[in-house]
Structure formats: C-alpha cells, structure tokens
Design a protein around this ligand. Structure first.
Ligand SMILES: NC(=O)c1ccc[n+]([C@@H]2O[C@H](COP(=O)([O-])OP(=O)(O)OC[C@H]3O[C@@H](n4cnc5c(N)ncnc54)[C@H](OP(=O)(O)O)[C@@H]3O)[C@@H](O)[C@H]2O)c1
Length: 194
C-alpha cells in the first residue's frame, strides 16, 4: 500500500504561523523533507489550497521575481518543486471548493476517498498540510509518517500544528538530522497505538 507522508515546518513550540507575521521564519516553501523521489501525488486541505496554487503559479510564471509570501527570489529547491508539481496530481480535501486552476488537481470529499487513494497502485503520497487536515488524517489513522523541520524559534501566540488533534498517537523516531541555520529534521513513523 502507498504510504501517506506528512511534511510540516514548525517552530520549537509547534506553531505554523503567528498573527500578522504568518510564518516569516520560513525562508522558502520548497519540499525539504527528501520526499520528491518517492512520491507521485500530493494531498492538501481546502484551507490552504488556494494560497498554495497562487504561490506556486507565481513562481512557475515568473521564476525571476520575488515570491509571494516570502518576498525572496525563489530558491533552486523552490524552482525544482514548481516544475515537479506541474506534472504531479494534487488531491484537495474539501467539501466546498469545486474548481482549481491546475488541470491535474482534483477534489476528494471525505476520508474514505483518501483511504481508497492509498490502495491504488503508485508511489507514496505527500500530505502537504494544512494543520487541520494533517491533524484530522493522523487521528483517522491514515498518515504513516510525519516529517518535521523544526526551526530554532519559540513563536509564541499562534496557530499550533496539532491544535485540533483529538487522540494520542505514539510515534517511532526513525531519523534525526541537523540542517543549516539551526534547523532540525525529524522523521517519525506513526504506529497508531495509544
Ligand atoms: N508550516 C507548514 O509546513 C505548513 C504547511 C502547509 C500549510 N501550512 C499552513 O496551514 C494553514 C492552513 O491550514 P488550515 O488548518 O487552516 O486548513 P487546511 O488543513 O488546509 O484545510 C482545512 C479544510 O479542509 C477541508 N476538510 C474536509 N474534510 C476535512 C477533515 N476531515 N479534516 C480537516 N479538514 C477537512 C475543509 O474544507 P471545506 O470547508 O472546503 O470542506 C477544511 O476547512 C495555512 O495558513 C498554511 O500556511 C503550513
């Protein structure tokens, strides 16, 4: 069965964004979890899809211009991801969205459809976010692995990645790596035992 693997960039206190400033400690939104070679589909929540589409369409159309959100010129890894996702099916979990700019985007209306997607033949699926979708799919036992990049920052008041998680989940630490700029990469298996 294909694995569903979540990747999230968080502060040390587990925040993904703060009021007014968003996640201004994240300098680039590239896929930095080492997932690209092993995936052939992406899944994301309706709450983040519109902004995601806008961010990456901007980089695809104007690769030399500063990217929206970061205000920085796209990094090499962002340019690679922008190219990769042009070819890659995206599935959006939403009961309200009905249209997307990208031809390879389709909508899933419930968790059963995600379970069915995992049963289809193919490579693994990258769960891009956002927070509520990640928490909900972990609670539903659908996420096999969690990859975190932890930034060296206590963000304070803000949106927590696991704010809406309802159940306890044991994790199995699989890999720890020190990255540039004081960041840490953590890979956990989710065993779904409490
Ligand atoms: N730090 C990071 O690495 C990272 C990565 C990705 C995103 N983010 C941030 O995450 C934020 C978006 O997260 P979010 O929590 O607001 O929204 P989200 O998880 O992207 O989307 C939530 C939406 O998904 C749909 N949905 C349908 N069934 C669901 C279910 N069972 N569980 C959860 N959602 C379901 C609903 O949309 P409908 O109402 O349309 O049905 C719901 O409003 C953005 O601010 C983005 O910047 C951060």
């Amino acid at each position: 069965m294909r694995k569903l693997i979540a990747g999230m960039k968080i502060s040390v206190d587990g925040k993904i964004e703060v009021p007014e400033r968003g996640a201004d400690w994240v300098e680039a939104w590239s896929e930095d979890y080492g997932l690209t070679p092993q995936i052939d589909a992406c899944l994301l929540g309706g709450g983040m899809y519109t902004g995601y589409e806008q961010y990456w369409t901007g980089i695809q159309n104007d690769p030399d211009k500063p990217a929206w959100i970061t205000g920085n010129a796209p990094t090499r890894a962002e340019l690679e991801w922008a190219r990769f996702i042009e070819q890659t099916p995206h599935y959006v979990l939403s009961n309200t969205l009905t249209s997307a700019l990208w031809p390879k985007t389709s909508f899933v209306r419930g968790l059963e459809e995600i379970a069915a997607l995992k049963q289809q033949p193919g490579k693994d699926i990258y769960l891009i976010g956002g927070a509520r979708t990640t928490a909900s799919l972990i609670d539903a036992g659908l996420v096999d692995e969690l990859r975190l990049i932890v930034y060296p920052l206590i963000a304070g008041d803000g949106k927590a990645l696991f704010a809406t998680t309802e159940h306890r989940h044991r994790l199995e630490l699989r890999k720890v790596q020190q990255l540039e700029d004081g960041r840490a990469s953590l890979i956990y298996g989710i065993t779904n035992g409490a």
